[in-house]
Design a protein around this ligand. Structure first.
Ligand SMILES: NC(=O)c1ccc[n+]([C@@H]2O[C@H](COP(=O)([O-])OP(=O)(O)OC[C@H]3O[C@@H](n4cnc5c(N)ncnc54)[C@H](O)[C@@H]3O)[C@@H](O)[C@H]2O)c1
Length: 276
């Protein structure tokens, strides 16, 4: 088979939750710039408007809708509208997610990693916990369910969940709910992969390390932080959204037809351990 056929996503109908920023926007661009028709579902109407206009000006077939993944009936309706607009649903990225606020350690890297009293378990409020679980775990469940409702009758489809290195390895700077939600999303992905395999629907996860996006108010845009984190990454640099495009295209395309239930870490080796 030719490479062009293996990675051909032209004409595919695609939905990306959290598709208007960061990694979701990278998924949107990777698929749309290769001929797929992509709907970005996002809570941020300004970003949807700006990115839809920018990508359409480049000739991409994209549309957007304002949806909160916590509103499951609205999410279902947005899927119905996307399928009606594209005529088919081939690929879904369950990607929308939020940062969970401070963890119990106050600094990403460095010889001094002080305890942060604000992130201590005793101070962790139900409100903080529930918000992260509702978006990062329950939102993934609702997205997988909406995808299955459209894909199972066609007996074809690709579902890709954005988890995190935090699904495998605890990060003390990030709050506890994030660890639980991402590990939960990873195992939910495996269970859904098992159920949908007989229907020719693959379900996999991308587990990013440290990527520069707008998560958590965009703190990762700080060059000093990037430099400091890069020192602890074996490849000596942090990730940027375009770094994830190839993996997204692989998991969405015929190239990955026999791969399901897998979580692929993309982190420049960060999870392997510290060197240099
Ligand atoms: N940036 C990283 O280093 C990193 C690492 C591991 C995992 N992740 C995961 O990647 C995914 C994408 O995050 P990102 O880093 O690109 O951040 P981002 O903030 O740049 O993008 C996330 C998008 O999701 C949208 N969103 C947030 N809450 C929503 C909701 N309730 N309903 C619908 N849309 C919502 C936001 O408006 C935003 O457009 C998340 O699941 C995140 O946990 C990010």
């Amino acid at each position: 088979m030719k490479i062009a056929e293996l990675f051909n996503v032209a004409g595919y109908g695609v939905v990306v939750t959290g598709g208007a920023s960061g990694l979701g926007l990278a998924f949107t661009e990777a698929l749309a710039s290769n001929g797929a028709r992509v709907t970005m579902l996002d809570i941020d109407s300004n970003r949807i408007d700006a990115e839809t206009a920018r990508l359409r000006a480049r000739g991409c077939d994209v549309r957007g809708a304002v949806v909160d993944v916590r509103d499951h009936p609205a999410l279902d309706a947005a899927f119905d509208a996307a399928v009606a607009a594209h005529g088919r649903l081939d690929v879904v990225f369950a990607n929308a997610g939020v940062d969970s606020g401070p963890g119990f350690i106050g600094s990403w890297v460095g010889s001094e990693r002080p305890r942060n009293p604000e992130g201590a378990l005793e101070k962790y409020t139900d409100e903080r916990w529930n918000r992260v679980i509702e978006i990062n775990l329950n939102g993934v469940f609702a997205t997988l369910r909406a995808a299955a409702r459209h894909m199972r009758p066609r007996k074809a489809g690709r579902i890709i969940v954005t988890t995190s290195l935090a699904a495998l390895k605890s990060e003390a700077v990030v709050g506890a709910a994030y660890m639980a939600a991402k590990a939960g999303a990873a195992h939910l992905m495996r269970n859904v992969a098992l159920e949908l395999a007989a229907d020719n629907i693959t379900v996999n996860a991308i587990a990013p390390g440290f990527f520069i996006t707008n998560i958590g108010g965009g703190h990762a845009h700080d060059p000093a932080l990037q430099k400091a984190v890069a020192r602890s990454v074996p490849m000596h640099r942090v990730g940027f959204p375009p770094d994830i495009a190839g993996l997204a295209l692989f998991l969405a395309s015929p190239a990955s037809a026999y791969l399901t239930g897998q979580q692929i870490v993309i982190d420049g080796g960060w999870g392997l351990g510290e060197v240099d």
